[in-house]
Ligand binder design. Structure first.
Ligand code: ADP
Ligand code: MG
Length: 367
């Protein structure tokens, strides 16, 4: 096929976070796995000095003169994720050649499985077109694109997971040192994600608000660089002087970091019951202390916990919709899927997508 050889194909995975929610931007611990669903970008060279973008998930073709990219304002479209990445590459003094990027994702967009980082990382690889950056630099570049150009004050987790994913392993990421340990997923556990199919408008404003509330909480601890550094005993001593909201946000963060460490130990020990219990505690904390859950997520978690073979369940991602992550016995997954779909449909009139997730490799070129 003439021309086909000039198309280069890059892939980056989405991710599901097993535990450690809203801790990444506070310098804490998270434990995502990269998943089989992801984003594919096919790059072809073009003559005109522009960046041309199409996506199978969004209509239309967008085109931007390469010379205009460094000084562009954000467009308010999905192109911002790619333009943000392009700007960061240019800022490193690297060239971007005229290209068309054709995007197609299997990871659902806006569901908390990080289609945005998958888009950023696969686009970055396509724009770099064979030039290599150290993995952590690639992740940081994509985070800067989302934080500084798209304008979401996100942590490093999503981009890091998209770059560093490994088959059969979860990634315990220390968001302070930006280094990770690989964690085995014990036999007898399957990761099953259930999508509420809702995304409440509150989501992105509440995210910013939580970031600000954590900063406020941190201001009670002079000399501490991040909530990660505050101990439970220190929080208890400061509690009387703190307003209820920042106190609850800080409590979630401190306990959630301890839960990630406990989950890590339990995974190494193959203690599925302990892993599941920590997931449920994480959910309750997100529900009551951090207040980022919603009725649909709570319903999915509460329902999952009544079903056979479920070790644990919790909301995953930013909250206010999106997905739950469930740890289930492999032999129970078929029945789990049937039951949770039927009950969610009966209660909410929506058909929830269910994804069986296996820990997958990180981003790269697809030959
Ligand atoms: P999540 O990362 O949890 O999926 P976000 O709100 O962070 O949700 O990112 C979703 C946004 O990322 C979409 O609204 C769109 O702008 C962009 N995006 C993700 N995947 C694609 C895609 N395949 N094509 C075009 N834009 C995409
Ligand atoms: Mg995202």
């Amino acid at each position: 096929m003439a021309g086909a050889a000039r198309v280069k194909h890059y892939h980056a995975p989405g991710r599901v976070n097993l535990i450690g929610e809203h801790t990444d931007y506070n310098g804490g611990f998270v434990m995502p796995i990269a998943i089989g669903l992801g984003c594919d970008v096919r790059r072809s060279a073009i003559r005109k000095k522009e960046l041309r973008l199409v996506s199978a998930q969004f209509p239309g073709e967008l085109a931007y003169p390469l010379a205009a990219i460094p000084s562009m304002e954000k467009t308010g479209t999905w192109a911002d994720y790619v333009l943000g990445v392009a700007r960061e590459i240019l800022a490193l003094g690297m060239e971007i050649k005229p290209a068309k990027l054709a995007v197609d994702a299997t990871v659902p967009t806006g569901s908390g499985l990080s289609s945005s980082a998958a888009l950023e990382v696969s686009s970055a690889l396509a724009l770099l077109d064979g030039r290599e950056l150290p993995k952590v630099e690639l992740a940081r570049l994509c985070q800067r694109a989302e934080r500084d150009f798209v304008g979401l004050p996100c942590g490093i987790m999503d981009q890091y997971a998209a770059v560093h994913g490994e088959a059969h392993r979860a990634i315990m990421l220390d968001c302070r040192s930006v280094t990770h340990q690989l964690v085995p997923i014990p036999e007898g556990a399957e990761v099953v994600v259930v999508n509420t199919m809702v995304k409440h408008e509150l989501g992105s404003s509440a995210y910013r608000q939580r970031v600000a509330e954590c900063q406020e909480a941190l201001s009670h601890f002079p000399g501490k660089a991040a909530l990660r550094d505050v101990t439970l005993a220190e929080l208890e001593r400061a509690a009387a002087k703190m307003a209820e909201t920042p106190l609850a946000r800080a409590r979630h963060n401190i306990l959630e970091n301890l839960r990630v460490e406990g989950f890590h130990r339990a995974a190494v020990d193959g203690d599925l019951a302990a892993m599941g219990k920590l997931m449920v505690e994480s959910h309750r904390s997100l529900q009551h202390d951090y207040e980022v859950s919603c009725a649909e997520l709570d319903f999915l978690v509460d329902t999952a916990l009544t079903l056979d073979g479920v070790h644990g369940a919790r909301m995953t991602g930013g909250g206010f919709g999106g997905c739950t992550v469930n740890l289930a016995e492999p032999g129970s997954v078929d029945a789990f899927e049937r039951e949770i779909k039927a009950r969610y449909q009966a209660r909410w009139g929506l058909n929830p997508a269910v994804y069986r997730c296996t820990p997958s490799a990180g981003a790269g070129r697809v030959e």
